[in-house]
Write a protein that binds this ligand. Structure first.
Ligand SMILES: C[S@@+](CC[C@H](N)C(=O)[O-])C[C@H]1O[C@@H](n2cnc3c(N)ncnc32)[C@H](O)[C@@H]1O
Length: 353
């Protein structure tokens, strides 16, 4: 366990007054629930796991509007990857902390923890103490002062906005989603090649799943109002943006479902589209690819096709052996691979074939 996790666990164990713990994807928790702590987080899998352990945990895109001003003695936050999120939560702390309450920020130097600590000190007009936990890791403790100082710019974190466009449409999105303001080049390649990969034209009929949908780029480019479309992600900001874009495109029939690698979804999809994540928090997580492949096997119908795009270095074809009987690399661009998987090896396939 790294020093930041050890410190976080200790803070959570010792928390006694009304405490708010803001959490995203960067946790490894080894302790039972502390009833003094209210948890708000934007990752479905993290919040679900905490709820199962008995924590009072709530899933949202850090919607803190229902929480009373000056209602907390302490706020604990291991900083996120993205600056607007951190700035937004420092700004929220100004409102939520009572006089003399404290904000604990944890993070590494490379993540900007020391700059964030200074910004929080200015925003809270408080006093800052810092503890070095390891060669690069810090715990900054900022005590609320007048709480009327200038807060860092969070670029209207909560609001969806036009973020990027192609010849077809404008995509709305927001900070809080990985790569929120650009079209992923791998995903664009997948859409371009999809008719050739599947041997059928777009839009797609039947049951279609966009697994790890982000703001809905893949779904929006393959569906029309007759497609039985499901979009799923674990990120609350992604789910909000995706729902908005689908509605704007007249795809109100589509379902948008919060799930951890599709764990809440029922099987039977004719086509599954996926640009899987390979980053979890600050680390590269190879296990995520495996989890998305296992989900694809479970969710695909016996005669369906799963179309993946991955960075060239990810051994998706090798990982798919034993899960799918038909593994076909449709294209290797030198940067991205497009892989089509058919005939999931599971009980349903064995029964149907
Ligand atoms: C590379 S992005 C692809 C986004 C979108 N499909 C596109 O093509 O632009 C991967 C997506 O997987 C989501 N994701 C990461 N971990 C997940 C998990 N455990 N369960 C579901 N979705 C996850 C991320 O939030 C992100 O939206």
């Amino acid at each position: 366990m790294d020093v930041l996790t050890t410190e976080l666990n200790q803070l959570l164990r010792q928390a006694s007054g009304t405490t708010l713990w803001l959490v995203d994807e960067n946790i490894q928790l080894d302790m039972p629930a502390n009833p003094a702590v209210l948890v708000v987080g934007n990752r479905f899998d993290v919040i679900e796991r905490l709820q199962q352990c008995g924590w009072d945990a709530h899933f949202s895109d850090f919607d803190l509007s229902a929480l009373a001003s000056a209602g907390f003695d302490q706020i604990i936050y291991r900083v996120s990857k993205e600056k607007p999120v951190v700035h937004y939560l420092i700004t929220a702390a100004q409102r939520l902390l009572r006089a003399d309450g404290s904000l604990s920020l944890l993070g590494d130097k490379g993540e900007g923890i020391r700059t964030y600590a200074r910004k929080a000190e200015a925003c809270l007009e408080g006093t800052r103490t810092e503890q070095k936990l390891g060669p690069n890791s810090w715990h900054a403790h900022i005590r609320q002062g007048n709480g009327t100082g200038p807060c860092p710019d969070h670029q209207h974190y909560s609001e969806l906005r036009p973020a990027c466009a192609d010849a077809q449409r404008q995509y709305w999105s927001k900070p809080g989603l990985f790569g929120w303001n650009k079209i992923d080049r791998g995903s664009a390649l997948l859409i371009e090649q999809l008719p050739a990969m599947l041997g059928s034209s777009l839009p797609l009929p039947g049951k279609v799943l966009d697994l790890g949908c982000g703001f809905g780029y893949l779904a929006l480019n393959v569906a029309d109002s007759t497609t039985a479309l499901v979009c799923s992600d674990n990120n609350a900001a992604a789910l909000r943006a995706c729902r908005y874009n689908l509605d704007q495109a007249g795809l109100q029939q589509a379902e948008v479902i919060a799930a951890d690698a599709g764990d809440r979804l029922s099987p039977g999809f004719d086509v599954l589209l996926c640009n899987p994540p390979f980053h979890s928090g600050f680390s590269v997580d190879g296990d995520l690819t495996d989890r998305f492949l296992h989900a694809a096997r479970r969710l695909l119908s016996a005669k369906g096709s799963a179309c993946f795009v991955v960075n060239q270095h990810i051994p998706l074809e090798r990982k798919a052996i034993g899960l799918f009987a038909d593994i076909h690399t449709h294209l290797d661009s030198g940067q991205f691979k497009l892989v089509r998987l058919r005939q999931p090896i599971n009980l349903q396939f064995q029964r149907d074939s």
